[in-house]
Design a binder for this molecule. Sequence first.
Ligand code: SD4
Length: 340
Amino acid sequence: MPTRRKFLASSAAGLAALAASPSVKALSLPPLPVASKLLVISTWDTGLSANLGAWKVLSQGGRALDAVEAGVMVTEASQNCCVGLGGNPDREGIVTLDACIMDEQFNCGSVAALERIKHPISVARRVMERTPHVMLVGEGAQQFAVAQGFPLEPQKLSPDAEKAYREWLKTSQYKPVVNIENSGNRKTGPVGGANNHDTIAMLAQDAQGRLSGSCTTSGMGFKMRGRLGDSPLIGSGLFVDNAVGAAAATGQGEDVIRIAGAHTVVELMRQGMSPKVACKAAVERIAKIKGDKARDIQVCFIAVNAQGQHGAFALQKGFTYAVCDASNQQQLIQADYLLK
Ligand code: SD4
């Protein structure tokens, strides 16, 4: 039997190889004592390492809620990606973070425009569990986080974000760039190499069939100060109804909000659509609203139904999502898309 250390090491090597390729690939993981329903899916290539964090919880009989928190914390803590404090700042040069979490009983919590806190997803969970509210924003969210014992991190941009911000200041143009997070590397992006979308959304089902979801982001780089996207909004960036399924979004938040995206996907599954077809129908709704401007944006949905089937759909080419399921496969899947 492989030791856990070896398992993690071999997984990390495999993940690096997987992340290098954009096509559908599978990586065999060592067998784990799993029940048939276990599943975790998450957005973009960074979902691969995040899924391992969630899988560790699920495979030990843990709760989906704990899994989706632990999973995206991996990404929030990563230096190699723009989710969390390493993300691009707003146009004033300040990183502001949004996150939300939802469990199988409609319990939910959210924080928005939170500054200097490393794990906004955990603060969102505390809002859910320790306050009578669903959402805290800005200064109040930070005050709550500190009162809950979360350390206040220095107000400092990462070297990559600093560079990208300085470059952006030369023109101060705000133009979302389709799929730029997919490069996984700020250096290959536009405006001096800035990633412009910086989100991970994750959905999981545990051995007892409980569904939960999480979403965390630094939001659109160089956004207006005070701007919120879909990611902290229950019903837009994330929605879970355990009897039906769960869905989450990434991409241009303003357009996901317009159709209450994640809730729409869940309602379409309630009407009998498969996860992929429901995601597609939501994307089509946005494309219809946007008309000629649809090509300027990217929106993507992932979904899981109560039976443990999963699917995704994007407006444009280039959206990947990572899946880890009870067959012990870790996969990176290129999602189907509308604008061909
Ligand atoms: C937002 N939906 O703030 C987020 C951005 C995103 O990958 O998903 N980036 O609008």
